[in-house]
Design a protein around this ligand. Structure first.
Ligand code: AOF
Ligand code: ZN
Length: 383
């Protein structure tokens, strides 16, 4: 049971209704940002079942989708039980409260896997249901589905609880950790399969972030191209001196004909260049630190304000090093090619350190083979 690797586009037929809800929820993960990916399975008294998951932002939530599915198939909802992977919302956001919809529909019992960390909800959904006479059961924090739902929505939990996005740093390196040769050559160390896999991770992020160095050297698009997509992550550029060229490829339309925004963070506004970039649709914010660089911590808070849950960091070794030294990386997504490149630049640019204790302690979340490469997901032990 692996929520991050959906098996099909159809809600699968797990007999356990909470597992069925969780499987439906995972199907939402590429479409629903910045909302959490939630699934709901409604079981009627005569054991019929209607399943739904969160739609695109502004669209219906999981509960409403399963209520609609129940109506469409002529199911008797009175006295039914709803299995929901997250506490039903109690507030009027872009859509009306799911609690109200469940109450009006005559649901008798609601089983919830996780509480909603959104401060606008945070237990009020459960209270509201109970106040309406509905029995509510909350699964324990170490339940398999509860853990999987938190993992699936790791960015949403991060933004709601910490006020910053979940920062995932993607790197492609040789087995000895080199990402660029001493002469600067850096592209295509890993295989086609790894690049495609990397696009899958881009696709689930709310925003992709890179630095001006990568923009000037590689002129990248940083969009989701190699896998299907229904939305593009926004593009964030850390560009202290506002040097992004107005003719950079990243301003061209993203793949799949999907819109995205370009957000540039600088440390000193340069009037002329700023107007040219804004004319291309870029949104520019100036957040300097004491050294005249972009204040990365302040930028992360600002990105959370912009509803970024998962931030996919795909930058060069310099910006990666700055993020790592500032303690702002939550996990590393590392593709390692079976080749040795020797000394150059790369993962080691985090240092130099004086003592082992200064290192960043990680734990392996997963280790997989992707094509001829290795994919390692390593998470900060305190995350
Ligand atoms: C649910 N079921 O499937 C999801 C929920 O602006 P809105 O109306 O779309 O509300 C967004 C908030 O609703 C989001 O921040 C989170 O607290 C909750 N998400 N709630 O009942 C769902 N996705
Ligand atoms: Zn809702």
């Amino acid at each position: 049971f692996d929520l991050n690797n959906p098996k099909s586009d159809e809600a699968s037929a797990s007999a356990d209704p909470m597992l069925a809800a969780a499987e439906a929820g995972q199907l939402a993960r590429l479409i629903c940002a910045p909302n959490p990916a939630v699934g709901c399975a409604l079981i009627s008294q005569d054991s019929r079942r209607a399943i739904g998951h969160t739609q695109q932002v502004g669209g219906p939530h999981a509960e409403v989708m399963s209520l609609r599915a129940a109506v469409a198939q002529g199911m008797d909802i009175q006295g039914s039980t709803a299995y929901v992977t997250m506490e039903p919302c109690s507030h009027h956001g872009r859509t009306p409260p799911c609690c109200d919809a469940l109450v009006v529909a005559g649901v008798r019992k609601v089983v919830v896997a996780t509480r909603d960390p959104n401060p606008l909800v945070a237990g009020r959904g459960i209270e509201k249901l109970r106040a309406a006479g509905i029995e509510v059961e909350v699964l324990s924090a170490d339940h398999e589905v509860t853990r999987a739902v938190r993992e699936l929505n790791i960015g949403f939990f991060s933004r709601m609880i910490r006020g910053t996005p979940w920062v995932r740093m993607k790197m492609a390196a040789s087995l000895d950790g080199t990402t660029a040769l001493a002469n600067g050559t850096s592209q295509w160390i890993t295989s086609e399969e790894s690049r495609t896999d990397g696009h899958g991770w881009r696709a689930r992020a709310c925003a992709v972030l890179t630095g001006i160095g990568t923009v000037l050297e590689d002129d990248p698009m940083l969009d989701v191209r190699l896998v299907p997509a229904t939305r593009q992550p926004h593009l964030v550029i850390v560009d202290s001196r506002l040097e992004t060229p107005p003719d950079a490829r990243l301003f061209q339309p993203a793949a799949h004909g999907l819109p995205r925004q370009v957000w540039i963070y600088c440390a000193r506004p340069g009037a002329t260049r700023q107007a040219a970039l804004e004319a291309l649709g870029a949104q520019i914010r100036c957040l300097p630190d004491a050294n005249g660089k972009v204040d990365l911590g302040a930028m992360l808070k600002d990105l959370a304000q912009r509803e970024v849950n998962e931030l996919h960091l795909e930058a060069g070794y310099k910006l990666n090093g700055s993020f790592l030294r500032a303690g702002l990386v939550d996990e590393c997504l590392l593709y390692l090619a079976p080749t040795l490149l020797g000394q150059g630049a790369g993962i080691s640019n985090f240092g130099p350190l004086q003592q082992l204790g200064e290192g960043l302690p990680l734990q392996f979340q997963s280790v997989e083979r992707v094509g001829k490469d290795l994919r390692i997901l390593a998470r900060g032990v305190d995350r």
